[in-house]
Ligand binder design. Structure first.
Ligand code: AR6
Length: 185
């Protein structure tokens, strides 16, 4: 099982084998962490790799070379598409929310599997879907932590990267809760 940790900072500065991008289905360069990753990797190179793949469904991920991020020791970028939190109030909302939960877990799991299959030992994730896509931070943190802690593939290190203090706090809390639950079971 990989060791899961939580840090605060800019994911594009980390020296890990795989950096995860919070992508969109079209794999276009966007804002948020996606914009930062395209800038750091080289907009034209990464756009060319993404357009060669074409698209990626929500809840899944694809893998490209790291291009300019190779200067930090990064080998691959995984582009994970999390769900957009666009629920209407009312009947059926909880059922719809659980579908979005499953898609977010799928985005994390696909990323971990792709990284493992590419021979990576370490991977860093941003808080997928919690920015422009509007997924509630605490709910997303629980899913991120659970999916990473329960992953039993061949990786040594999984880093969950917060870009602000509130996200750091919820990720740390969820990791503590999950680890203490696992110890007592
Ligand atoms: N390092 C680490 N985390 C970051 C960084 C950074 N440099 N910059 C932002 N974050 P978002 P989403 C955090 O909006 O919600 C794009 O246009 C940010 O504070 O980047 O999945 C894509 O192309 C937040 O906690 O991703 C898609 O169209 C987290 O990263 C769409 O936005 C995710 O926020 C994806 O939206």
């Amino acid at each position: 099982m990989a060791e899961v940790s939580v840090v605060i900072g800019d994911i594009t500065t980390l020296a890990v084998d795989v950096i995860v991008n919070a992508a969109n289905e079209q794999l276009f360069a966007g804002g948020g962490v996606c914009g930062a990753i395209f800038d750091a990797a080289g907009y034209e190179w990464l756009t060319a790799s993404c357009q060669q793949i074409g698209s990626c469904p929500t809840g899944s991920a694809v893998i490209t070379p790291a291009h300019g991020l190779a200067a930090n020791g990064v080998r691959h970028i995984v582009h994970a598409v999390g769900p957009i939190w666009d629920l209407d109030d009312g009947e059926g909302e909880e059922v719809a929310a659980r579908l979005l939960d499953a898609q977010l877990a799928g985005a994390y799991r696909s990323s971990l599997e792709l990284a493992g299959a590419a021979g990576a030992r370490s991977i860093a994730f941003p808080a997928i879907s919690t920015g422009i896509f509007g997924f509630p931070a605490e709910r997303a943190a629980e899913i991120a932590v659970r999916t990473c802690v329960e992953f039993d593939g061949d990786l040594d290190e999984i880093v969950l990267v917060a870009f602000d203090e509130p996200t750091l706090t919820v990720l740390k809390e969820e990791l503590e809760v999950k680890q203490s639950k696992d110890l007592s079971s």
